[in-house]
Ligand binder design. Structure first.
Ligand SMILES: [Fe+2]
Ligand SMILES: [Fe+2]
Length: 314
């Protein structure tokens, strides 16, 4: 199967609503599914666990401005965005059930996050909530690219069901990555300072939330304080060292601060069309996810984080 490269990168993808995809998520999923590594798995679980409540917040933030949208295309995009995010919420609720079965404090996490996001809705203006949503959409699309661009990054995820769930979510984040941003810019007219302020606020809030939740998951797993501290240190190195897994996100994160930034200036991954092709042929998101992962780049192309930052600032 060949990968068509004619319509990838730096062009808007079509937003396709796909419903009731079956990833066969059940209690037979492996506990430490990311390289059989407790901290890598629990950090990824901590990201995933926020999705059901997070997706609801994104939908509410964008829907607030729907009546003011004049463009027929943007109205359609918003409708598709809402449906895609709703499907992500459904599937990640199933994944949260799997985490709950392991004894992780998912109920507490969801309750706290729901309260926090409701307070955000009451405390901040609709424009600020939309700016937070647009920032989060950019981070989600960057995250998707970061984890699937290089085949090696997800090589340790042996279970094809979890791999496929994350691949599908990534595909759809690529497709709708500009929707909240376009509503923010062309309908809500959010000023630059609020847009970048929301990104700074969100980045700090999200990172602290992920590490705090991963720590509580490790505690529920029965690891003692010393082992948990060691794991958190390993997680910080895994994510943020110069050759860390998140190093490729430095440049696109900084790009958000350009006044002329638009999400479609950022590419997706070369194998995006392959997922579409395999899914169209097989109607099987698990096969599509496996093909998508296998088609990732095999040659290293990352710049170390600090070198990338210095080059941006030079
Ligand atoms: Fe999503
Ligand atoms: Fe999204």
């Amino acid at each position: 199967m060949t990968i068509s490269t004619s319509h990838l990168l730096k062009e808007a993808a079509d937003i396709v609503v796909r419903k009731q995809l079956d990833f066969k998520l059940d209690s037979s999923l492996p506990k430490y599914w990311f390289e059989n590594n407790p901290i890598k798995t629990r950090l990824m679980d901590a990201v995933c666990a926020t999705f059901p409540e997070g997706e609801k917040y994104f939908i509410v933030s964008v829907r607030h401005f729907r009546e003011q949208i004049k463009s027929r295309k943007l109205l359609n995009d918003v409708a598709d965005f809402i449906q895609q995010e709703a499907q992500h919420g459904i599937v990640h609720t199933q994944f949260n059930d799997f985490l709950r079965q392991q004894g992780l404090p998912i109920d507490k996490l969801e309750k706290n996050l729901k309260t926090k996001l409701e307070n955000s809705g009451k405390t901040f203006s609709p424009e600020m909530n939309l700016a937070i949503t647009a920032a989060c959409e950019h981070i989600t699309a960057m995250f998707a690219k970061c984890f699937f661009e290089q085949q090696a990054t997800m090589q340790g995820v042996q279970d094809p069901r979890i791999l496929a769930m994350l691949a599908w979510h990534s595909i759809e984040e690529f497709e709708h990555k500009a929707v909240a941003f376009d509503v923010m810019k062309t309908v809500a007219h959010v000023p630059y300072a609020m847009r970048v302020g929301a990104m700074l606020f969100l980045t700090a809030d999200m990172l602290s939330e992920i590490f705090i939740n991963a720590h509580s998951f490790l505690k529920a797993d029965g690891f003692g304080p010393v082992q948990r501290a060691k794991f958190i240190g390993q997680g910080l190195v895994w994510g943020f060292s110069p050759k860390g897994v998140l190093a490729p996100m430095a440049k696109p994160w900084l790009n958000y601060f350009k006044p002329s930034f638009h999400p479609n200036q950022e590419g997706t991954v070369d194998q995006y069309p392959l997922w579409l092709e395999v899914y169209a042929e097989t109607d099987d998101p698990i096969l599509a996810g496996q093909a998508f992962h296998r088609a990732g780049k095999t040659a290293p192309s990352r710049k170390p984080l600090l070198r990338g930052l210095f080059q941006r600032l030079a």
